[in-house]
Design a protein around this ligand. Structure first.
Ligand SMILES: Cc1ncc(COP(=O)(O)O)c(C=O)c1O
Length: 429
């Protein structure tokens, strides 16, 4: 038995499913998850010492590549000064100031430890500030695992509250309206029916949890207008897109200003940091100023904040995003060209340092469209690339991530392997 398989078997005895977050378990692609021992730049190494080019990047945070020396140094220095104080630090102010300076929609920001905490609290804040109950989310958008956000939409325009996880009482999600991403008329209908009780819309302004789906022209502006018209709070969940698609997230690319923004991943540089922020007017509802409660033993943790600050300073270099986008485009286009040459129905898309791979002829625009992807072809592609030392996300419905450390040689190696793999996929199994 391979060492990865041995570790997986052992893990399954003490950890449910052998993993601490479900997608890591390879359930949708089958096979054995690789147990990672170390990582550097664009590479990860598993328990057997096998090297992989990594396109997961810790699901987004590793924008500089793994273990960037300056980030590691900042973490080491912070750790030497103490791991956690449960009292305020100057570094937290620096991180808050930096976030506010980079994202002009935020006048104040509260640091937390994960994206889940950020979105959960942003929703509570929207409800507390408006005195309303209902929230709108979109099918295929993931906002962490808090109760009111774990809702699967059924078909139809307005699906009111179906929990998609056991353990979530239907009453908890009865105020969650789930609509189709990129379907503005459905949102207009929801506001026409429930406008006076809609506290907020929460949206991934570029969706990265149903593969990569970009907003259709006018969709985000339509959400902005409806929220303004009805006094609802527009929440951009930029946990994935923040500092990933560009220096000011999707709000910088589109010029559309949300009322609240949630962040995590890149802002922690690989350590647990999340954040939510907006106007001072809205943020004054948060305790200790207002009645919306939120707290955290490790919020603003000094070691995590040091990693985030070092990362955000490094990615502020001029030309960083132009270079990152060019690398990501080269990968996406290169894969699409090689698939086309091999005759495999495939398309790819990219924005900033994020990309989507679709085993279907054209880039999808909705959850329903992306759901028709050929998952069997994806599985064959995934495992063949893994065998060759290229680690994509183990699901046909996750976005991929390129870092600044994915240099030309690494991209070329990936494309060379993909060329052979696409040809093999075309052969009968
Ligand atoms: C858009 C978005 N929001 C929220 C979350 C939850 O973040 P976390 O896993 O840090 O709790 C994620 C995680 O992938 C995400 O992609």
């Amino acid at each position: 038995m391979s060492q990865n398989a041995e570790l997986f078997e052992r893990a399954c005895r003490s950890i449910p499913g052998g993993v601490n977050s479900p997608v890591r378990a390879f359930r949708s692609v089958g096979g054995t998850p690789r147990f990672i021992k170390r990582a550097l730049g664009p590479h990860i190494w598993d328990a057997e010492g096998k090297q992989y080019i990594d396109y997961i990047g810790s699901w987004g945070p590793a924008i500089l590549g793994h273990a960037h020396p300056e980030v590691v140094r900042a973490v080491q220095e912070a750790a030497t000064g103490g791991l956690s104080f449960g009292a305020p630090t100057e570094a937290e102010i620096e991180l808050a100031e930096l976030l506010i300076q980079r994202l002009p929609s935020m006048e104040q920001v509260r640091l937390v430890s994960s994206g889940t905490e950020a979105t959960m609290t942003a929703i509570r804040l929207a409800r507390g500030a408006t005195g309303r109950n209902k929230i709108i989310k979109f099918e295929g958008c993931y906002h962490g695992h808090s109760d009111s956000l774990l809702v699967k939409a059924g078909s139809g325009l307005l699906t009111l509250g179906n929990p998609s996880s056991a353990g979530v009482p239907p009453e908890f999600v009865s105020h969650t309206i789930t609509l189709d991403y990129n379907n503005l008329p459905a949102v207009q209908t929801a506001f026409a029916e429930h406008g006076a009780d809609i506290a907020c819309i929460i949206v991934e302004p570029v969706a990265g949890n149903m593969n990569l789906i970009k907003p259709a022209a006018g969709f985000l502006q339509g959400l902005r207008d409806l929220c303004t018209q009805h006094g609802s709070v527009l929440i951009f969940d930029e946990v994935m897109t923040g500092f990933r698609v560009g220096p000011q997230g999707v709000q910088g690319l589109t010029g559309i200003k949300p009322d609240l923004t949630t962040l995590a991943k890149v802002i922690g540089g690989g350590m647990p940091v999340g954040a939510f922020g907006g106007s001072a007017e809205l943020m004054r509802h948060i305790a200790p100023l207002g009645g919306v409660y939120q707290a955290g033993t490790l919020s603003g943790n000094p070691v995590a904040v040091a990693a985030g600050l070092a990362t955000l300073r490094l990615i502020a270099q001029p030309g960083f995003y132009e270079d990152l986008s060019a690398r990501t485009q080269r990968l996406a286009q290169g894969l699409a060209e090689r698939a086309r040459a091999a005759g495999v129905p495939f398309s790819a898309d990219a924005i900033g340092g994020m990309f989507g791979l679709y085993f279907m002829p054209s880039v999808p625009a909705t959850f329903a469209e992306v759901s028709t992807a050929d998952t069997q072809a994806f599985k064959r592609f995934f495992h063949a690339m893994l065998d060759r030392g290229v680690h994509f996300a183990p699901s046909a419905f996750e976005a991929g991530f390129v870092s600044a450390a994915h240099d030309d040689a690494v991209l070329q190696t990936t494309l060379d392997h993909a060329e052979a793999v696409f040809k093999a996929i075309k052969q009968p199994a």
